[in-house]
Design a protein around this ligand. Sequence first.
Ligand SMILES: [Zn+2]
Length: 122
Amino acid sequence: MNTRSTFVDRAHADKRLTALLKQAPIEFARAVYGINDYESGRTDTMAAREVARAQRQGMPLTEERAEQRARAYLPTVGQEHCPRCWVVYGQKTPLRFREADEERPEVAGCHACGAEYATSAD
Ligand SMILES: [Zn+2]
């Protein structure tokens, strides 16, 4: 049994969770911009389009709903899900991690909404 690599893996997984948890309030703020854009007729912004999509799916996005979800966002190791899909749509979409290489840090990507999050940054 290789204890050292287990330790590194756990630290790595914790770092991912910490990075993702920081995204929930950012997605909440973004959702609020989207709601404001949508309500004032600026429907061509990315965030406003997401609000419109949530509406079409029969689950209109309100500030209260977005805030509640942002507070409740709780990714776990091996079941990391997309903060944006959760805050905007209330859906748990699994993230896919692309490991770091020389050119760019590790990124978690969502195939459903297209969000990308740097997950190896401190
Ligand atoms: Zn997503």
